[in-house]
Design a binder for this molecule. Structure first.
Ligand code: KIV
Ligand code: ZN
Length: 514
């Protein structure tokens, strides 16, 4: 029986550190549920000491998730660890992940601490974390540029203090696969109490090697990989979960371990993360890109038709790609709707919630002839975004004619009051955004506007992401509708609502405190 490789997902923490990828509490919960369906072992839900919003996000995930371990990040500081312990209090299974930098450059210039002081902070932090949970992870930040002898000393000390997972981060994405794998092997051999902890790796993708480095570490004994959906993360991102998992599954001839991920959930999870963060997936991205399983060349098509394995090493359906399937239509009843939603693992908490969703489904079915699974999922995502809104779209009228300046009239409800305004613009979407601005006067800067189709056909729903910036704060808004101008206005308002949420957060790695 091969050993288990633990999949630690940090989309909600390191992934969220990508500029523009910040998520609300409810968005974190939606992604966490998708990660649980994927059967991720550990979900790093955030950095509770960063801000009250981050604390609430981790707390909400801890309250919701039952099957995966929920983890909170903490610097090696009493306050951070106490905040993490508190945020995770209601988790069924919790982990505290504490870290401190160990490379000469970080210790001297960032922490201004001697190596001895760093060891003492690390040991103290691990002991304090153990007062909250017996599942404690320690990371020597910037391990990829740390001295191996020092790593051996600090890791031996934190294991003795109670750390159960040792995570070796290549924080700046500097490592190369062969030497990185050898470092993991040597650490395991040289640290006397190494057998008391699981070795983990956390690789950044600055040289495009995050997955290769992680896999090399696995071959050399690492039994946890930290990764993110779609490779989201700081700068060039983290190792992509879907690539690590499928490499291990596809090359069982090489890897002495297996994961327990339900790979059929990968594509749905990738789409959800892309939609919420507004980070599109490139078409040629491995596993989750739209073209990842498309054969264009005639020779390849011919080969695949004769025998699939001539050109395919994985099956598209094994990672959750399915042909759009028409499941429901205008005449489908409430029961059929409920059953299909249940099959898609979308369950309603009350009759009122079901009735509401069914009413939205009927409204969509009036506009769109065929309703696919993806439409049903978008319907729920759109409603979830809508529920958070203090400012809502009531109506939108646009006038667009060849040779004329497009005009939009928008009515929004702010709390209980309705307000309307008109504006002209370069196009219908531009005019709608300007009309909303006449009412709300946010003065936010539009950083990104993207539209994707949920299914195919001209009656497909458009899914729009809008990224706004104001005073250094960046947020994403989403909206879906068969009419992309309406979807755009919904997305704009969704982003504005998020801009209005109060937050002051700090970054776990740039603060000078530790
Ligand atoms: O990249 C990194 O070093 C991190 C640590 C907090 C593990 O994200
Ligand atoms: Zn990182």
């Amino acid at each position: 029986m091969s050993e288990k490789l633990i999949i630690f997902d940090t989309t909600l923490r390191d992934g969220e550190q990508s500029p523009g990828a910040s998520m609300t509490r409810d968005e974190k919960v939606r992604i966490a549920k998708a990660l649980e369906r994927l059967r991720v072992d550990v979900i790093e839900a955030g950095f509770p000491a960063a801000s009250p919003g981050d604390f609430e996000g981790v707390q909400a995930v801890a309250r919701t998730i039952r099957d995966s371990v929920v983890c909170g990040l903490a610097r090696a500081l009493d306050r951070d660890i106490d905040q993490a312990g508190l945020a995770l209090k209601e988790a069924r299974q919790s982990r505290i992940h504490t870290f401190i930098a160990t490379s000469p450059i970080h210790m001297q210039l960032k922490l201004r601490m001697s190596p001895e002081e760093v060891i003492s902070h690390a040991v103290k932090a691990v002991k304090r974390a153990r007062q909250y949970t017996d599942n404690v992870e320690f990371s020597p930040e910037d391990a990829g540029r740390s001295e191996e002898d020092f790593l051996c000393r600090i890791l031996e000390a934190v294991i003795a203090a109670g750390a159960t997972t040792l995570n070796i981060p290549d924080t700046v994405g500097y490592s190369l696969p062969e030497p990185f794998g050898q470092t993991i092997r040597r650490l395991r051999e040289r640290i006397p109490n190494a057998d008391k902890a699981i070795f983990s790796v956390h690789c950044h993708n600055d040289l495009g090697l995050a997955v290769a480095n992680s896999l090399s570490a696995v071959i050399n004994g690492a039994r946890q990989v930290e990764c993110t959906i779609n490779g989201l993360g700081e700068r060039a991102g983290n190792a992509a979960l879907e690539e690590v998992v499928m490499a291990v599954m596809t090359r069982q001839d090489v890897f002495p371990c297996h994961t327990e991920i339900d790979t059929r959930e990968i594509v749905a999870c990738s789409k959800l993360v892309s939609n919420i963060t507004g980070f599109p997936v490139q078409p040629n991205k491995a596993i989750v890109g739209a073209n990842a399983f498309a054969h264009e060349s005639g020779i390849h098509q011919d080969g695949v038709l004769k025998h699939r394995e001539t050109y395919e090493i994985m099956r598209a359906e094994d990672v959750g790609w399915s042909a759009n399937r028409m499941v429901l239509g205008k005449h489908s009843g409430r029961n059929a709707f409920k059953t299909r939603m249940h099959e898609l693992r979308i369950d309603f908490t009350s009759e009122a919630e079901l009735n509401d969703a069914f009413a939205r489904f009927k409204a969509l079915a009036d506009k769109k002839h065929e309703i696919f699974d993806e439409d049903l999922q978008a319907l729920i995502s759109d409603a979830a975004a809508f529920e958070e809104e203090g400012t809502r779209l009531v109506s939108l009228k646009v006038c667009s004619e060849t040779g004329e300046v497009p005009l939009a009239r928008v009515t929004v409800r702010i709390d209980q009051e309705e307000m309307s305004a008109s504006a002209s613009g370069g196009g219908a979407v531009d005019a709608s955004f300007k009309a909303i601005e006449v009412i709300l006067k946010t003065d936010a800067q539009l950083l990104l506007y993207s539209v994707s189709n949920i299914t195919t056909g001209t009656d497909a729903q458009g899914e729009v992401t809008v990224r706004l910036e104001k005073g250094g704060r960046i947020v994403n808004g989403q909206g879906a509708d068969t009419d992309i101008v309406i979807a755009s206005a919904k997305a704009y308002l969704n982003a504005v609502n998020k801009l209005l949420l109060p937050t002051t957060r700090m970054h776990p790695q740039v603060t000078g405190e530790v």
